[in-house]
Write a protein of this length. Structure first.
Length: 457
């Protein structure tokens, strides 16, 4: 593949929704110019939370007032408890926006972190109006992404919606965000390593009949993968408040968002590691009543997915073999297994439906397995070259202030490993968990994870 690494400007050009991204000190002063250049508007409406209003909202309002731009209204979510990306909050914003007399001529401005942005993004999408985003932390890749990660009926789903038309991000503001937000962003960015490996796996399994296993798009691959480790190394001090490191982190996350815009999906930047996170989001994982951030859940998911992948590809002579007497589950058996795993969950029906949709028949499973067995040395080399070895990954995440053991996010090691079972049942997006399941190696890999003196310790 071509390894010419595109710049931030190149990636912005590849995106088809965001027109301009400002990342510079004092860039809030340019918000009136962004509004004049890209929007047909008569007023703006400010959305923030109690924390992000103090961090950036006041300054944005000063700029707007100074430019004599009409502010049609303001809405602030409470600073505490921590805001959730629940669909009910989208309904609340839609009510606020719809009450405006000149809705189509009003530009909502989302001032905040990933949750505020996702809520505004989906709300304005349903109303058919564009918005402007003012990020306040380098915490997620969702600012520039197509789609919004929303809890709907108890299940974390990526709902379709366009990215912001423009963004204004001040590195000094990003650097002043709480350290845990920057380390969360670092964990989210590091997860793209596994996403790349899973995309390779999906591209091989797809022609053999694996469902939703998109082929690699070279242009988008080059946006997200070749320069990833370099960006991670340059942003490792972001949680320490290093403004240059925070800027590097934010720009890296922005590029992954642009990749999602261009691809119209999350395949390039989200793989098996995010499935672990989705399970824990559905479980409302928290520490002392405070929800664990998306990026910190993804961090543990990335470590778990890396361990799983390393074990699966450990033997240079071939993939792990099913246990003696292994038999694949019938659709009715699988339905019962998934139903029991999500018993009592609001997402029960949705997950059962997805798990059955992604269930391949015996013939397809054998075709997938045979392809990997026949080409094992080449595939294994591609995957291991893409991965950062577990020990190196753990050291890098630790240097960035990310959680390294499941216990830090209120999970036992056993439960973190066992999460792989439920994670594999979710999302119709082919990954290492599906490959191991289709080849009858899933439980054997988990057993080796449990026995390991290294993984998730």
């Amino acid at each position: 593949m071509n390894t010419n690494i595109p710049t931030l400007a190149d990636c912005l050009k590849a995106a088809d929704e965001t027109r301009e991204l400002l990342v510079s000190r004092g860039c809030y002063a340019e918000i009136p110019a962004l509004l004049d250049k890209y929007y047909k508007y008569g007023a703006v409406y400010l959305v923030s939370d109690g924390n992000t209003w103090e961090a950036a909202g006041k300054r944005v309002k000063e700029v707007l007032d100074g430019a004599q731009i009409k502010i049609a209204g303001e809405f602030r979510f409470p600073a505490e408890p921590r805001l959730h990306a629940e669909y009910s909050n989208i309904g609340l914003l839609k009510e606020k926006f719809s009450a405006l007399s000149g809705l189509k001529e009003t530009v909502p401005i989302a001032i905040g972190g990933g949750t505020v942005n996702d809520l505004v993004k989906r709300a304005v999408s349903e109303l058919g109006i564009p918005y402007l985003c003012v990020p306040t932390a380098a915490s997620v890749d969702g600012y520039t992404a197509y789609g919004a990660a929303i809890l709907l009926n108890g299940c974390k789903e990526t709902l379709e919606c366009p990215a912001p038309l423009t963004l204004a991000a001040d590195p000094d503001v990003l650097a002043k965000a709480p350290a845990y937000l920057s380390s969360s962003g670092f964990g989210d960015l590091a997860s793209k390593i596994i996403a790349g490996a899973d995309w390779i796996i999906a591209s091989i399994a797809g022609p053999q009949g694996a469902p939703v296993a998109e082929q690699i798009n070279e242009k988008i691959w080059n946006m997200t993968q070749p320069g990833l480790l370099d960006v991670l190394n340059h942003s490792v001090n972001a949680a320490k408040g290093d403004a240059d490191a925070v800027r590097a982190l934010f720009e890296g996350l922005a590029i992954t968002g642009f990749a999602m815009q261009a691809f119209k999906g999350s395949r390039p930047v989200s793989g098996s590691e995010h499935l672990f996170s989705h399970v824990w989001e559905m479980d409302d994982l928290s520490v002392d009543g405070v929800p664990v951030t998306h990026g910190h859940k993804v961090t543990i998911g990335t470590l778990a997915a890396t361990a799983f992948t390393e074990i699966f590809f450990a033997d240079p002579n071939g993939p792990p073999v099913p246990p003696k007497g292994f038999q694949r589950l019938t659709p009715s058996q699988r339905m019962l297994e998934v139903s029991n795993a999500f018993k009592g969950s609001r997402a029960h029906d949705s997950v059962v439906k997805t798990a059955l949709e992604k269930l391949v028949d015996d013939k397809t499973a054998e075709k997938i397995g045979q392809t990997f067995r026949d080409n094992w040395k080449d595939i294994r080399s591609r995957i291991l070259d893409r991965l950062l070895p577990y020990a190196e990954l753990k050291a890098l995440l630790g240097s960035a202030g990310c959680p390294l053991q499941p216990e830090v996010v209120n999970l036992s090691r056993h439960d973190a490993i066992a999460t792989a079972r439920r994670a594999q049942m979710m999302r119709n997006k082919y990954c290492i968990l599906d490959l191991a399941w289709d080849m009858g190696a899933f439980e054997g890999v988990l057993a080796k994870m449990e026995e390991s003196p290294v993984y998730l310790r």
